[in-house]
Design a protein around this ligand. Structure first.
Ligand SMILES: [Zn+2]
Length: 164
């Protein structure tokens, strides 16, 4: 049995690992998307013309018992379709990996969701902290409240008293 860190396993689907750095109890992982193209959200055309790069830093699961700082170098592409109103677009990732404005990877989001449901705010936050997952009390409480409001009829439910 060997204990070498397998770099490829650190990356969510669709990403490649550019670098891994161990800094104290943390691990800094830099990822880049595997695909050379982006798809324009307006016209659906693929583009290879990179306009610029930007960085996303979503929270992620701790690999090998270390807290992780994830850096994704994402791209903006030119859309070259003549009739498309959009000139530049940010690349988007598979929603099952990282949502458009997601601050957490989906694999962490799923665990946060279930922790929030099972334990509510404060106990879940303590538990998440022991698992070295970067999730706040408030986030877990919001998960629990969102679940509650799904179970109860909201204010938009029909009011029987006003119906004939
Ligand atoms: Zn377009």
């Amino acid at each position: 049995m060997h204990h070498r860190f397998q770099r490829a396993r650190l990356a969510p689907d669709g990403f490649a690992v550019d670098s891994v750095k161990f800094v104290g109890v943390r691990v800094q992982i830099q990822l880049r998307p595997r695909l050379p193209t982006g798809i324009c959200p307006d016209c659906g055309l693929q583009s290879r013309r990179v306009q610029s790069q930007y960085v996303r830093r979503p929270a992620d699961l701790p690999p090998g018992g270390r807290r992780v700082d994830l850096t994704i170098v994402a791209r903006r592409f030119w859309c070259d379709a003549v009739l498309c109103g959009r000139r530049i677009f940010c690349e988007q990732f598979d929603n099952s990996v990282l949502a458009r404005y997601g601050r957490r990877t989906q694999r962490l989001e799923t665990i946060v969701h279930h922790l929030g449901l099972a334990q509510g705010g404060r106990p879940a936050a303590a538990f998440a902290n022991r698992l070295m997952m970067p999730v706040s009390n408030l986030t877990l409480l919001q998960q629990a409240l969102a679940r509650q409001s799904m179970l109860q009829p909201g204010p938009s439910a029909p009011d029987r008293a006003t119906q004939p």
